[in-house]
Structures are given as structure tokens and as C-alpha cells.
Design a protein around this ligand. Sequence first.
Ligand code: 5GP
Ligand code: MG
Length: 494
Amino acid sequence: MPEGRHSDGPTEKCGVVGVSLDGRDASRPLYYALYALQHRGQESAGIVTHDGFQQHSHVEMGLVGDAFEPGDLDALNGATGIGHVRYPTAGSVNACCAQPFSVSFKSGSLGLSHNGNLVNTAELREELAANGHAFTSDGDTEVIAHELARNLLDADLIRAVKRTMNRIHGSYSLTIAHDDTVLGVRDPQGNRPLCIGELEDGYVLASESAAIDVLDGELVRDVRPGELVVLEDDGAGFESYQLVEMDNSAHCFFEHVYFARPDSRIDGSLVYDVRRELGRHLWAESGVETDVVLPVPDSGRAFASGYAKAAQDDGADVSFAEGLMKNRYVGRTFIMPTQDARERAVRLKLNPIRDVIEGKTVTVIDDSIVRGTTSTQLVELLTEAGAEAVHMRIGAPAIVAPCYMGIDMASREELIAAGRDTEAIREEIDADSLAYLSIDAIADALETTRADLCLGCVTGEYPYDIEGESTDREVIRPDGEDASGDAGVARSDD
Ligand code: 5GP
Ligand code: MG
């Protein structure tokens, strides 16, 4: 990773939630919502609630199901609160960075859950430290908390959030508990998802709509880029403030490709449908007739079914088969520290069904190639299982550059596609053919344009100002001054 602002904090992709109810304790709904967001982070889990008098907090390392005992949930009193699951980054198991982050200060208590990554953390931390703020971690979330706490000393809540947004630069979806008021904030380019749901007796903010579903709620809509949503503390409704407005968004397409649950609806599209549609594009762009189409479970499934359906609709004589079985008890291969451990883990995790493969030509479909570990191992496994030819089709463009926006994708040196063309990658993984999806297909399936997507990892050009990297747009960087004017703080009707 090149030196720069981005490298001073851990890169995080996480899950956040916030709840405000009419009287009932928020701890159990928060806990169930975190369960639904577990795929967004397995390193730590935490909940902060407020009972109208004081804040309660429980944050632990580990999975949601292990982090809370029933007694812990009982002790989390109050009808409002926020929660967080944290994604582990390679090699750093970091108790200091577990969230929600909480602080008490002169004008009350503050809890903060953050998904995303700031790119000006170091500057802000230096400045805050010079003004007497003490930091317990090197993460960006604590910087946001201090920045907000400082602004709350001489501004009301809405203005304080606006000032904070004018100082922090990068990717952030936040749920915030200011005493018993729960807020949701999405960065001005809407890089990470955040949505609003209505429950029978309250409102919820969550990274993904699947968390609203498990609470038997209804998805109201996504939080808009640059919007602040304030949940009323009796669960009766919410207020919306469009605090920052930008011409273009920078949604992370990887949320739809890999990260989010297929049953979530993000920025207007159901993740499952998008993946099927990407599979259809993949067939249209680089379809190859083989005997069988095989998904790499679980992430390649929807792509493969869309691809096979499109092939069959075109009259191709291909069948779709679950010819690779996944051992669900093997941990996350992707984040294992050494290459050797990752290769062994792929073998443990995926086992081909010989009868489906032997003597056949196969097309294997995965969502993405990062280091190339999975695809290299798979080609070898399928060949050993008797495949006559192995064609790899990938539901995303080649990943050529790191992500600074919250997805821990490894550094440039580790990326198999960095500085290599498709033919060189094909040779490296030893497949009979290899094709990636085009960027245009991604924009098309998401019903958007390239200008509204963050494409940093597939183009090397970022929608944010990152030291040592180039940008694909005119980036409006916060100027560091307090934007204390009143513009934009009026409540917008929803
Ligand atoms: P590779 O083996 O090429 O390093 O990684 C590709 C595999 O990892 C794919 O099967 C893909 O589903 C999965 N993958 C892609 N991005 C991520 C990520 O950010 N985290 C994790 N855990 N897996 C990922
Ligand atoms: Mg996968």
C-alpha cells in the first residue's frame, strides 16, 4: 500500500444499525438486526442504548451470537440505540476498534457506528489532538466522534452534524446515538449503503434492508447521499435534512457484486436481481458453450444462474449444476494471513462432485477474482476431477487497484490483475479461457452511469482525493473551515 492519508487507519467494511421505538427496549431488535448483518463483519459486535437518563454499552469481540448473553441484552435499557458489526482486516484483530464508539462530554453522551473509511483521518486527528482531544485508537471513527462532540459544544445537533460533514472526507454511513436521539448519516457521495425502515412501533436505520426484514419491518427508502435522518425518540417518525448536495454519487458497485446479501435492496435494486442480470451480461459479452455451468458457492450462485438462463434462452445446450460443494464450517479464506493457509482453506472449503464434472467441459462462475487464490485452486481441482476444459467467467471487472473506501481488498502487489492483462491472468490460473465483465455492464445492471459509481478498484481512479492516487472527477474536498451557515439545515419534507 502506498504511503498516504488512507494508510493511517484500519480499512473497514462493517454493518451499522439504529433503532428508535415507542417504549419497548431496543436491545433485542438491535441484536436481531446485527444478526442479519453478520456477513458485513465478524470481528466484533456491539450495542449502545439510552434509557432517557444514561447510556448503556456492550461491545465484545466475536460473532453476534457469542458477544451477547441474555443478561447483557437485559442490561441494555432504553427504547433507542445503535449497533455495529466490524469486519476483520487481514492480520489485525484489534479490540481497540470495536464499535459502537462511545463518549460522554459536556452536552451529553454520544455513540457512533461507522461503515466506510475516511481519507483525511491523519490531518483531522493532528488538529484535534493539538486542541486537547485525547485518542484511544488510531481509527477514523473516533475522529468523527471527537469532531462531532466538539461541534456540539456550540451548535445544535443538525448544525453540528453539518459542520462535521464539512470536515470529514471519504466514505461513511453512520448511525449515531446522541443521548436518546438516533441519527443516520450517509456521506455526500453515498459510497456505503444505509436505509430506513418502518416497524410496527418505531423506525430503524440499517446498512441493508435484510435487517429491516428480520424485524418484520418495511423498507421506507435509502438514506440519500449527504442526508441526515433523525429518528423521533418516541418511534413516531423521522426527519430528513439534506445537508450536503453533490452532482454525482459514488456508490460502491462491489456491494451488489459481492458484499451485500442477495435478499437486500440497495439504492433501489434487489441485490439478487442485479447479480442475475450481471450473469446475463456475462453470457452476452463472453458466453462460451460448455456442457455444464457451475457456480462457485455461495457468491457465484446468482451470477451463474443468470448466465445459464441467458445461455439456454439463446438455445445453447448447457446445463446448470451445483458441482462444487462448500463446507460452511470453514472460516473466511480470504482474510487468512498467509498464501499457504489460504490455498489449503480453499481446498477444505470447496469440493467438486466428480460425477457432475468428469468428461465434461465446464464454465465456472465466480463474482470476482482478487488475489487469484480461489480460481487457481479451482481450475486445478476441476481438472483433477476429470473436467475436459475449464472456462472461468467473472461477474465483475478485473480488480486492478486497492480499495480505500472500506473494502479490504489487499494491496496492489497482491492483486493478480494489477499490471496484467486478461491473457496473462488466464495463463497464471491455468484456465482454458477467462473473461471478466465490462464496467458498462455493471452500470447497466445497476441502472446508473459510471459517473455515479465508485470504480476505484477496477480503474485505479477514485472519486475521492487520496494521496498518491488519481481521481476520476472534480473532487470537492472539505475546506477545513466550519460551515456554520444556515444553508441546507432546514428540514426537508419527505
Ligand atoms: P481470491 O481467491 O481471488 O483472492 O478472492 C476471490 C474470492 O474471494 C471470490 O470467491 C470472492 O467471492 C471472494 N471475495 C471477494 N472480495 C472479498 C472480500 O472483500 N472479502 C472476502 N472475505 N471475500 C471476498
Ligand atoms: Mg466467493
